[in-house]
Write a protein that binds this ligand. Structure first.
Ligand SMILES: [Cu+2]
Length: 155
């Protein structure tokens, strides 16, 4: 009798730990997003004048969010989200920023494309990139254009 009740006690303790774990996990990845932007860089295109690609890691330790827009203060320039479809870039209007994970913009993969920059924008030129998140609101990044990279690693 005493033995079986001790076994039951162990089982329920394990059940409580699993339950608490699930609650903590749910709390972390639901509710408001917790966005942090790591290692943002803007690199001039080695091939096309007036174009640059922006790379970064968007870390989200909270619930899911969506990137609904991107813009820049560079006069006349446009900013857009690009994803790779095979070997071609395709424009997308929004980018999902899943909870509890990192959304990566990198060379040869998803990136932010700057086009139609004026000739005054050269390596070292500062500019502001504005990201608009559905839930987290507006984030502004102050970046400097970096010189074109001569080697373009393939995805
Ligand atoms: Cu692109």
């Amino acid at each position: 009798m005493a033995k079986s009740s001790r076994v039951r006690g162990k089982f329920s303790a394990a059940a409580i730990i699993v339950f608490l774990g699930a609650v903590i996990f749910a709390a972390c990845h639901s509710g408001p997003p917790q966005i942090s932007i790591e290692g943002p860089r803007a690199v001039l295109s080695p091939a096309i004048y007036g174009e640059a690609m922006v790379f970064m890691t968007i870390k989200n330790d909270g619930g899911s969010d969506v990137l609904n827009g991107v813009s820049t203060d560079i006069p006349g320039a446009t900013a857009a989200f690009h994803v790779m479809k095979g070997k071609r870039m395709a424009h997308v209007a929004t980018v999902a920023v899943r909870g509890g994970s990192s959304t990566v913009f990198k060379m040869g993969s998803s990136h932010i494309m700057l086009e139609d920059m004026p000739r005054t924008m050269v390596a070292g030129s500062p500019f502001t990139l504005t990201l608009v998140f559905e839930k987290s609101g507006v984030r502004q990044l102050h970046l400097k254009l970096e010189k074109a990279q001569m080697t373009m690693p393939m995805p």
